[in-house]
Design a protein around this ligand. Structure first.
Ligand SMILES: [Zn+2]
Length: 273
């Protein structure tokens, strides 16, 4: 099991989210010999353009371009990514199966509710996945819901899928990722660090273009989707902006909640003046 563990797992609400926020970083990490993976929480059935089946094929092609070792989509309904006990169990099961050291989550604020909910859901699943009694007697949805109720939220009713989800997660050894970082490309905040993706820029762009049902010029949803020709410019502009902050051509921005730890002042990158 440990020989096939992932080094890095990116979790996002929709197929094509990861390509647009941290695809260059995933490609770079794969090129450095790390084992990377992507977990999409939904299958994209609500999208204006393309069917869930089309998006599955496109996601597989994007994963190939980004040299990702593992990719899967859960069955959480598109447009209804909710931080429920059942959904936490589903994500925790994947974390225990894939055992990543680093997890990349979406930033915890944003325009689309699925995106910021995926952030909190992912964080809580990372925590729960490390609890040895998760899914066994002692940590049940009833207990969780009582805790939620004590904080002033309404009580949810247990889901019919829950016993199977509990049993699946209980069969796997506990695992908690060492590090969680947040991909922040689509929110106007100052990142705590950026990753230089100058050499991965073209690959990342191709992984976005792999979503032909989304990004090929067409009438459906034309008001919401950039034309094909605009995508390169848009991606280059944002990656160029974050690159400029760090003195490189293209970069992807991230937040971490922890401080940075420095061993040697002489090795801190990025010129100050
Ligand atoms: Zn999305």
């Amino acid at each position: 099991m440990s020989s096939s563990a992932l080094d890095i797992l990116a979790i996002a609400a929709h197929r094509d989210d990861v390509e647009q926020t941290c695809g260059g970083t995933l490609l770079k990490m794969a090129q450095r010999g790390h084992r990377t993976g992507i977990l999409d929480l939904t299958q994209g059935e609500l999208g204006t353009r393309g069917s869930a089946q089309e998006r599955a094929a496109e996601a597989a092609e994007a994963a190939r371009i980004l040299q990702v070792s593992w990719r899967q989509a859960l069955d959480i309904p598109d447009g209804r990514v909710e931080n429920t006990w059942l959904n936490r169990l589903k994500v925790a099961r994947v974390l225990r199966e894939q055992r990543p050291r680093v997890v990349i989550l979406p930033y915890w604020r944003g325009r689309h509710p699925d995106h910021y909910t995926a952030s909190v859901l992912g964080y809580e699943a990372c925590f729960l996945a490390g609890l040895s009694k998760l899914g066994k007697q002692g940590v049940s949805s009833q207990e969780s819901e009582v805790r939620v109720e004590a904080h002033g939220f309404s009580r949810g009713k247990p889901d019919a899928e829950e016993p199977a989800a509990s049993a699946a997660v209980a069969q796997l050894a506990p695992h908690r990722p060492f590090k969680i970082v947040y991909a922040t490309l689509y929110y106007d905040i100052r990142p705590t660090f950026v990753v230089d993706i100058t050499d991965q820029f073209e690959g990342r762009l191709q992984s976005i273009y792999a979503y032909k049902s989304q990004f090929t010029d067409q009438a459906a949803g034309a008001g919401d989707f950039p034309a094909h020709a605009e995508i390169r410019q848009r991606v280059a502009t944002t990656a160029g902006f974050y690159g400029l902050l760090a003195g490189v051509k293209y970069a992807e921005p991230f937040l971490q909640k922890e401080v940075g730890l420095v061993e040697d002042l002489l090795k801190i990158p990025i010129k100050s003046i």
